[in-house]
Write a protein that binds this ligand. Sequence first.
Ligand code: TYD
Ligand code: MG
Length: 460
Amino acid sequence: MSRGRSTYRCAECGHDHPKWVGRCEGCDAWNTVAEEAAVPSLSTSRRWALGDGSTSVRPTPLGEVAPSRLTRWMTGLPEFDFVMGGGIVPGSLTLLGGEPGIGKSTILLQVLARLEAAGVRTLYASGEESPEQVRLRADRLEETVDPVLVLADTRLEAIISAAAQVEARVLVVDSIQTAFTDALEGAPGSVGQVRESAALLMRFAKASGTAVILVGHVTKGGNIAGPKTMEHIVDTVLYFEGEAVLDFRLLRATKNRFGSVDELGVFSMSQRGLVPVPNPSSIFLGVRGRNAPGTAVTALMEGSRPVLVEIQALASASGFGTPQRVAAGLDPKRLAVLLAILERRGGAEFASKDVFVQVTGGLKLTEPGADLAIAAALLSSLGDTPTPSDAIYLGELSLSGEIRPTTALDRRLAEAGRLGFRRAFGGGATTLTPRDAGVTAGIQHVGLEHVDELAATLAR
Ligand code: TYD
Ligand code: MG
């Protein structure tokens, strides 16, 4: 590709600069100027006059477009296929984001090895590690990696021509921060480079039918230039996350043109690579100590799947000054609201207590349906009375202290029943029909209407 002169354009106002500046000369905004590949300038009239076949295109009536059979390549790594929406779609561009060391290279190597075993040609382009280092990691894995082609290069033009030459059906580029295109002068990892690289790979994927998976590092803050600026370009965005100390990893799709989002796949990092965990609830419940005060179980919907988690709360007498409120895995503001509801509507007294709440397994509570379980854990710790070991809590709390039902009640109850729970305390007593309120999957739904009924459920 010939290297044209780059321009430096402001993302806010579109002002062009001859060289990079920190502050846009057009609108005075900071850090909005990024490098862009210069388009060879042709006057508009000349472009229109060209009409030489290469530029003349003909629109097609939708009715004449042959519905393509959406074939997908199954990797045979069930949790990965599930999160992708049922395998890898040919010609798609996927971004796999995650913190360094979380296991992105590992899972993709496993995916490629399994694809090769299924007869799908693959190419792994690593800009971070030499082929020897890739080999070292590969030797630890369960999968047979021998047929996977590797290339240690960071020039996208070289990677793409290699992929075309070996007719790779799936190409992994590890990582977008080290890759660069000749079309721009900026350093690898700069906003302009990352965006142009993603666009180049997108064109390659669409033109060749090769599925491209891009690795992007994100830091804890998630504010590094790479992945965020590419999210709108790619078809699918996967995030790989996990707690550094715990050996399991959560794979989630936050954008998916070919499937649903927010589906969760759980893996555990073993000595032999990542192993899918088909039954995540068993991990998140952990070794649930019987009758431990301050814990309560709830069923979350992670995408279409119910997952049981344990919420742990600790209320202890605070020293001098403002009592502490510490929340891990939930919004501290939501904790403050729940504490206020419990004080004003439930008659509990937290004013002189330090309060700590956490969720097992590094999951994040984002749905309001977990309110009741958080409240139950708080009350349980406050009164040093355990919640019943056979019960889960489901429901959203309103500011007036009323308990509202959760969505997808039947699926949550079914999962809890499967794991041996016998009762579910929750909102919705008035809306449930006798059949719903009866025993679903061996679990009984006990309707509660107001938060002042919550204390009575403890240790029953
Ligand atoms: P890696 O895939 O290199 O992370 P990323 O590409 O996201 O930066 O993962 C590296 C970590 O995984 C490293 O700490 C070692 C660990 N690991 C295992 O525990 N078991 C294994 O079988 C492999 C290959 C890696
Ligand atoms: Mg890596």
